[in-house]
Design a protein around this ligand. Sequence first.
Ligand code: ADP
Length: 233
Amino acid sequence: MAFIELNHVFKTYSNGVTALADVNLQINRGEFVFVIGESGSGKSTLNKLLYREEKVTKGNVMVGGVNVSKLKNSNVYKLRRKVGVVFQDFKLLPKLTVYENIAYPLETYGLDSAVIREKVMDAVERVGLKDKIRSYPNQLSGGEQQRVCIARAIVNRPKLIICDEPTGDLDPKMSREIMDVIEKINKELESTVIMSTHDKEIVNRMKKRVICIHNGVVVSDTEKGKYLEYEDN
Ligand code: ADP
């Protein structure tokens, strides 16, 4: 069985909008996958199903052998500990330092402070921010803030990292730096990376698997793919 499997997945929101229709996907452990498609095509919905922010309407979503679609609400926290999520808008807590922002989720698990320190320092080193641990988010550039988010997402060494338009608010140079960090982590931690993006330059440069969604349907899935503009015809 692949690490991630979607079998005949449908998602219809309560307002009647069908965001995904009969999506079938298999993603192996350690893969790096881009998900592309215009705004409203269903990329975020796909991500949300993987970390159980949303539930499927029909079908199954399997992550690491766990049927996420059948997971009880009371067990969702176990999944969240194994999945790191990076968003376009950084969602950092402004009153906490870099160190505290990364440590915060671990503190809620009740881990020992020495263990937390070890994990946080390992994560900040991987993203190259060791010298900024005492800074506050507003003292950092956009690229640095996004690196803090990546550190926060990897602090538990998750098997799956979901990135939802992580470079959407960054200039091309910072975007490249962020991509280099994520690619390095994909290799070092052997985490599976699923990244939705609109960034044509990045997709074309990285030569990874590219899944294209259009109106909630997977319209292409290519190894070492390019950014393609899908058009109805
Ligand atoms: P993308 O990430 O590709 O922009 P989304 O997954 O956010 O696409 O959205 C897919 C479709 O689902 C869109 O038509 C969007 O308006 C709709 N949608 C997304 N979230 C919700 C929601 N919470 N309630 C109702 N409709 C939603």
